[in-house]
Design a protein around this ligand. Structure first.
Ligand code: GDP
Length: 360
């Protein structure tokens, strides 16, 4: 499964947030791998459509999609030089499919800031700098090799062009995620280098309670991190929310002016940052959300359930969630021409409720 690595300076609230994430974990029974690794948190992707379908089908259980977070400890200034847990840190981050940076914005004299002041902008820059330096080291090592391979016609010139373009951006202090597209640097050419700043980024600002509804503050933080997405939460509050039942949690959240827990927002935005979407299946046994990459075809989607479904794929009967909820049964959907038979080239859409037909 794809994972999102959580990084950030010490004392910004990473552990607090991560504990809230794993406490929220109502899934342990269905997803036993959730409890194997202490630094992995498997978070359900909230999806109210599942309850709607489960009602129609009288399903015994509901299985939401999940997002996995890895708590990557140990970044400090100098990590790229092997300071602190530097090397281990870089190896863990290399394995992650996206990077979630937690940034401190909350004020609390009892919680020491490593640099002595609260400054989201400079904290972000500190982490970026370490990742950029690590990428520059990777490129310095790789460039002579790529150059030789291109001269020997073993590698396409486009790879060298991309590597040099990446180096220029990084030299100028820009992360590849933020800068590559605008600069016309084709990162797909240098995928094998596993450059850290080329991964999708997502930012979590751990804020004071009054900042949760401060739009001016939030848009200034958004401006710091575009084109990446950002979430604003209070990690201590999230701990409390995670311990309450849904109704009490909502009441607590509303008391500070927000409608959805930060952790739910994190699950949604994390999922999107990874380039994932879901499709749905429903029956008396279970209603379930399945995770696929955006743009996948019906046979690829079928393969997530079972490889045999992909190999023997014939067609998919697809009803949109909205139609099914309106018409209340597959029979009614068919009668109204709202059940579509889709073939092997069909690209899955968000909210598709699917039954696959396949040869065994
Ligand atoms: P980490 O080093 O990034 O993992 O940070 P921790 O989660 O261990 O938090 C460091 C300290 O900050 C702890 O004493 C937390 O209780 C406190 N803390 C975390 N989040 C918040 C917050 O949102 N507000 C306040 N006031 N304190 C927080």
């Amino acid at each position: 499964a794809l994972t999102i690595g959580i990084v950030g300076l010490p004392n910004v609230g990473k552990s607090t947030m991560f504990n809230a994430l794993t406490k929220n974990n109502v899934l342990a029974a269905n997803y036993p791998f959730a409890t194997i690794e202490p630094n992995i948190g498997v978070v359900p992707l909230p999806d109210p459509r599942l309850a709607g379908l489960a009602q129609i089908y009288d399903s015994k259980q509901i299985l939401p999609a999940t997002v996995s977070f890895v708590d990557i400890a140990g970044i400090v200034r100098g990590a790229s030089e092997g300071e602190g847990l530097g090397n281990k840190f870089l190896a863990s981050i290399r394995e992650a499919d996206a990077i979630c940076q937690v940034v401190r914005a909350f004020h609390d004299d009892d919680v020491v800031h490593v640099d002595g002041k609260i400054s989201p902008a400079s904290d972000i820059e500190t982490i970026h700098t370490e990742l950029i330096l690590a990428d520059l080291q990777t490129l310095e090592k790789a460039l002579p090799r790529i150059d030789k391979e291109v001269k020997g016609k073993k590698t396409d010139k486009a790879v060298l062009v991309a590597a040099q373009g990446a180096q220029q951006l990084l030299d100028a202090g820009t992360t590849l995620y933020a800068g590559a597209e605008a600069a016309g640097v084709d990162l797909t050419q240098i995928k094998e280098l596993g450059l850290l700043t080329g991964k999708p980024f997502l930012y979590v600002f751990n804020v004071d309670e009054d900042q949760l509804t401060d739009e001016e503050f939030q848009s200034s933080m958004h401006a710091l991190v575009t084109p990446a997405d950002a979430i604003f939460l209070n990690a201590k509050l999230e701990m409390d929310v995670a311990e309450l039942d849904d109704a009490d949690a909502l009441e607590l959240l509303q008391s500070v002016g927000v409608e959805e827990s930060g952790l739910n927002q994190l699950a949604h935005k994390g999922f999107r940052t990874l380039g994932l979407q879901t499709y749905l299946t429903a029956g008396p046994k279970e209603t379930r959300a399945w995770t696929i990459h955006t743009g996948w075809t019906a046979p690829q989607a079928a393969g997530v359930i079972h490889t045999d479904f992909q190999k023997g794929f014939i067609k998919a009967e697809v009803i949109s969630y909205d139609d099914l909820i309106k018409l209340r049964s597959v029979q009614e959907a068919r009668a109204h021409g709202r059940a579509r038979m889709e073939g092997k080239d069909y690209v899955m859409q968000d909210g598709d409720v699917v039954e696959f037909r396949f040869n065994v």
